[in-house]
Design a protein. Structure first.
Length: 231
């Protein structure tokens, strides 16, 4: 498995010193070079110095992810954002997805805001041992055999819910997310779609070739929503 996937963790404590111009330029270059899950969906990524909202994490910089609202938009942002998360971990920087933090209105662009990510120099250990991950066993989130499923199992998710399920079948991986509870509403539904995109990023990192699309005859998984199939 990709070593960064094996040891990355969400960083919640940061050195509040701003990153130097050369480092920020590398971040901008990575933003320009990410690969979307769906190329036809418009999105934007901006770097800002502050956010607002409950459960905020203080860091010197934040990524603000925005996107047009259409089918696949949230999975697309999860897929793109996790590429940034892995990039930070590879570069000696910390990062953390923020489900509740929002940018100031004046700092958002033309597209609707989706989610943000803190990043900067970590003020706590950057990596962890694979044994320290608190994750469900593969038997609870998947069936069939595919070595890439372990990378998906290591993926971060909102509130560490791990609300996904995978069915491996002859090189294909059918992907599902839990049906949202009615009382939790739109926010949980949105985060679970982002989570699938994050897990797909980890699968893509472990794939020689990667293609994701919906199959007409994909297996049905009770209690879950079919999202698409990795080919």
């Amino acid at each position: 498995m990709n070593e960064t996937i094996r040891k990355r963790k969400s960083i919640r404590k940061y050195d509040m010193t701003a990153l130097d111009a050369a480092t920020l330029e590398k971040v901008h270059e990575k933003i320009a070079g990410v690969t979307p899950l769906y190329h036809e969906i418009q999105y934007s990524i901006e770097i800002v110095s502050k956010t607002k909202g409950i459960f905020g994490i203080k860091s010197p910089h934040y990524l603000i992810f925005c996107s047009e609202e259409k089918d696949g938009a949230y999975e697309n942002i999860g897929f793109i954002g996790q590429q940034m998360d892995l990039f930070f971990a590879e570069s000696g920087l910390g990062s953390c997805w923020l489900g509740m933090a929002k940018p100031d209105e004046k700092e958002t662009g033309a597209l609707p805001f989706i989610i943000s990510m803190a990043f900067g120099k970590p003020a706590e250990p950057l990596h962890r041992d694979p044994a320290d991950f608190k994750r469900k066993p593969l038997s609870e989130i998947s069936e069939g055999n595919d070595v890439r499923l372990e990378a998906a199992r290591f993926a971060p998710s909102g509130m560490n819910a791990q609300g996904w399920y995978f069915i491996a079948d002859n090189g294909f991986i059918h992907c599902y997310r839990k049906k949202p509870r009615a009382l939790l509403g739109f926010m949980t539904d949105k985060l679970s779609c982002i989570d699938i995109g994050i897990a797909l990023c980890h699968i893509a990192e472990e794939s020689e070739t990667f293609n994701f699309e919906k199959e007409e005859n994909a297996p049905v998984r009770k209690g879950y929503v079919y999202m698409g199939t990795v080919k």
